[in-house]
Ligand binder design. Structure first.
Ligand code: SF4
Ligand code: SF4
Length: 369
């Protein structure tokens, strides 16, 4: 049985620090840290954004985890591979550098990778060397919605261990099918095996997350577990959805990594009206029409011209090279687009959203999907 800790919390540092320290002690994760341990702290550092936007793990949670590691005599390394923007800019704009001022920590972007044989179907996956070789990996996700995968929690946070432009490459290879992509995320999780996962659910994100298209939503909890899948499962219960709606949970269950047995330490609140992104199938209808259906009927990224600043982040990142610069906004080639919704994730101005075409809506209704 996997133990999941849930505590009410705010960003008041003295109480927050107590909560993080308590979870590290009670879960026995702290026992894994000794003086010479290589300890990597992996927050969600998706993109440069201030904490009130709820895009990144709050800097004070990173600070508390770093202080815990320092108290145990080890030197923490703060690492991630952001989807956009430089690592340095992100540390500054997110407030992490300031929040951790005076602490003896190392900041190191995940750049070098190591090839890990993960077996069928992906076989060799290149994963951040520092994450694979860490003695202790402290996984600090943010509780957020995700336009493609529904939510980004503990398992999904580890996709940041795929470095730089290898991320869009994997989106291109596996993102065309949500279950396949979830399977990839589970493989990465198994390869890096976080020692403990503590999720920032104080100011969460709902709506069209995980980037600037989402809306901050106060939930007021910190949750932690040695078992990342159990933690994700408990978060789904808190948000009142079937845990298998999060495909990484479903696949972990199918692969025997988790059997749904959780022992809750603390009272799990019930959040009744959490707003999820609308997830429509990436393909539906008879198989021989899948290509046509995907191109014309499946929810696709669209741009709100008034918000677009033609910054180019979307076309730089698009794994399918389906975006080009237009006069006032990007131009999409929906024939090429694989519906990974990465462009929505990386747009710094929240000008992109996934929209279903009218014909798609009508077709789905007719097919009762
Ligand atoms: S849609 Fe967003 S990412 Fe793309 S050019 Fe416009 S502002 Fe930049
Ligand atoms: S246009 Fe957007 S959704 Fe389509 S493939 Fe490119 S990044 Fe993915």
């Amino acid at each position: 049985m996997s133990r999941v800790f849930v505590r009410k919390a705010t960003y008041d540092y003295s109480t927050l620090k107590h909560v993080i320290f308590e979870i590290m002690d009670s879960s026995a994760a702290g026992d894994m840290i000794s003086k010479n341990s290589r300890v990597v702290i992996k927050p969600n550092l998706l993109a440069p954004a201030p904490p009130e936007k709820a895009i990144i793990t709050h800097p004070l949670i990173v600070r508390a985890a770093a202080e815990y590691v320092l108290d145990r005599g080890a030197k923490p390394q703060i690492s991630d591979s952001p989807a956009m923007g430089s690592f340095e800019k992100l540390l500054k704009e997110s407030g992490i550098r300031k929040a951790l001022e005076g602490l003896n920590v190392e900041y190191r972007e995940f750049i070098e990778s190591e090839t890990v044989d993960t077996g069928i179907p992906f076989k060799k996956i290149e994963i951040a060397r520092d994450a694979v070789n860490a003695d202790v990996l402290i996984n600090l996700p943010k509780l957020k919605t995700h336009a493609q995968m529904l939510l980004t929690l503990g398992v999904k946070n580890l996709f940041g261990c795929i470095t730089g432009m290898k991320k869009p490459e994997w989106h291109f290879r596996a993102g065309i099918d949500r279950e396949l992509f979830a399977g990839l995320l589970v493989k990465i999780y198994q390869a890096v095996k976080p020692t403990v996962t503590i999720i920032d659910g104080i100011l969460a994100m709902e709506g069209q997350g995980p980037g600037k298209g989402g809306n901050p939503r106060e939930i007021g909890v910190i949750m932690g577990s040695r078992d990342t899948v159990a933690l994700d499962f408990a978060v789904c219960k808190m948000l009142r959805i079937d845990p298998d709606a999060l495909l990484t949970n479903k696949i972990s269950g199918e692969q025997g990594l988790f059997n749904g047995d959780i022992s809750m330490d603390g009272e799990l609140p019930q959040i009744k009206d959490f707003r999820f992104p609308e997830i429509t199938p990436l393909v539906f209808g008879p198989k021989r029409f899948h290509g046509l259906i995907r191109r014309h009927l499946v929810q696709r990224p669209e741009c709100k011209e008034t918000l677009c600043r033609l910054c180019g982040e979307c076309w730089k990142y698009c794994p399918a090279e389906a975006i080009t610069r237009g006069k006032k906004k990007p131009r999409f080639d929906y024939e090429k687009c694989i519906r990974c919704y990465c462009c929505i994730e990386v747009c710094p101005y929240g000008s992109l959203a996934a929209r279903e075409t009218l014909t798609g809506k009508i077709a789905r209704k007719a097919l009762k999907i």
